[in-house]
Design a protein around this ligand. Structure first.
Ligand SMILES: Cc1cc2nc3c(=O)[nH]c(=O)nc-3n(C[C@H](O)[C@H](O)[C@H](O)COP(=O)(O)O)c2cc1C
Length: 308
């Protein structure tokens, strides 16, 4: 709404400026050089000048909104109960990327242990955190078509499930704010059982101390790319998901991509707004059995495949 109002005001100002400049220019031409532009020619150039300015200003306005802090706030803000600032991301593991890839596995059985909030902080940052600020354009850990960043990340925290320096995080549904690297409490209560039922009774969703729910605001991408934007959004969910897998693995935690659930029920449980569509659930916890792989195994495998 605010954008439409600002655009109209902007266009009116542009129109007035074009008229005044054209009038002065006409008078100057007539007075100084005795050149008289015909009425039709004058109106045509006026329309062309106006259209060009509209084009330039609309490009300016759209890029201003696309990359501005307000743009993200505009869509992702909402009512929240409290905000928790997460520890600023830093080097927390000794795993290399190749070791994380080697040991990545979908984990569905967890120990009773809670997840530490600093590990959760690293996983959220890996999913969608900021890596660079280019004049208010917040580049993330995951690539995004046209830097439209359509994802909104929710975290469902169970009772005594996320350990903090003071005890445990209050159970509930939180929304990740990538720009402030904080989580905002949206709904109170242990919602894991509801999430388990909504995800077709997959026990790993009920038993994991914490679940990350990736939602998409499709129009952020489709308004730039049209129908093709839908394809881009699903691709991007995959990028975010893989980052979650790799960071969890590096931290000695486990996760599994869950795509089977009732979208509308999950949206209600986490307190998502009407334009946020849940795409993925990632239950996270300490694996019951840790998968430990080696490059020797990979060497043997490829050796056998090559008939060695
Ligand atoms: C799009 C997608 C949806 C998935 N949905 C589920 C799911 O609903 N429940 C589940 O237990 N695993 C789900 N998985 C995990 C796959 O079953 C798992 O990745 C596959 O068995 C390969 O095992 P790995 O991840 O350990 O290599 C999903 C994976 C993807 C990529």
């Amino acid at each position: 709404m605010y954008q439409i109002f600002e655009t109209i005001v902007f266009l009116i100002i542009v129109g007035i400026v074009v008229l005044v400049v054209a009038k002065l220019f006409m008078r100057d031409l007539r007075r100084k050089y005795d050149i008289n532009i015909g009425r039709r020619m004058f109106i045509t150039s006026l329309i062309v000048a106006f259209l060009m300015l509209v084009l330039i200003s609309s490009i300016f306005l759209s890029s201003k909104y696309r990359y501005s802090h307000e743009y993200y706030r505009d869509i992702s803000s909402g009512v929240f109960l409290s905000e928790i600032f997460l520890t600023i991301p830093t080097r927390r593991t000794r795993f290399s990327v190749e070791e994380a890839l080697l040991n990545r596995k979908s984990i569905r059985e967890w120990r009773k242990d809670p997840v530490h909030i600093d590990d959760l902080s690293m996983i959220l940052w890996a999913a969608y955190g900021v890596v660079e600020n280019i004049y208010g354009w917040y580049r993330r850990t995951s690539p995004s078509a046209g830097a439209t960043y359509p994802m909104e990340i929710y975290v469902v925290v169970g009772e005594r499930s996320v350990a903090t320096s003071q005890g445990f995080l209050e159970p509930g549904s939180y929304k990740y704010d990538p720009i402030r690297h904080s989580i905002k409490l949206i709904k109170k209560g242990d919602l894991r059982n509801d999430l388990y039922i909504a995800s077709l009774d997959q026990e790993w969703v009920r038993d994991a101390p914490v679940s990350i729910v990736i939602c998409a605001v499709h129009r952020r991408t489709t308004r730039v790319y049209g129908e093709r934007g839908f394809r881009y959004v699903y691709m991007e969910a995959g990028h975010v998901g893989q980052n979650i897998y790799l960071m969890a693995t590096a931290l000695g935690l486990g996760t599994v991509a869950v795509g089977a659930f009732y979208d509308d029920v999950v949206a209600k449980i986490i307190g998502a707004s009407s334009d946020e569509e849940p795409l993925y659930i990632f239950p996270i916890g300490v694996p019951n059995i840790r998968f430990v792989n080696s490059f020797e195994y990979i060497e043997r495998f490829y050796g056998e495949m090559r008939g060695g």
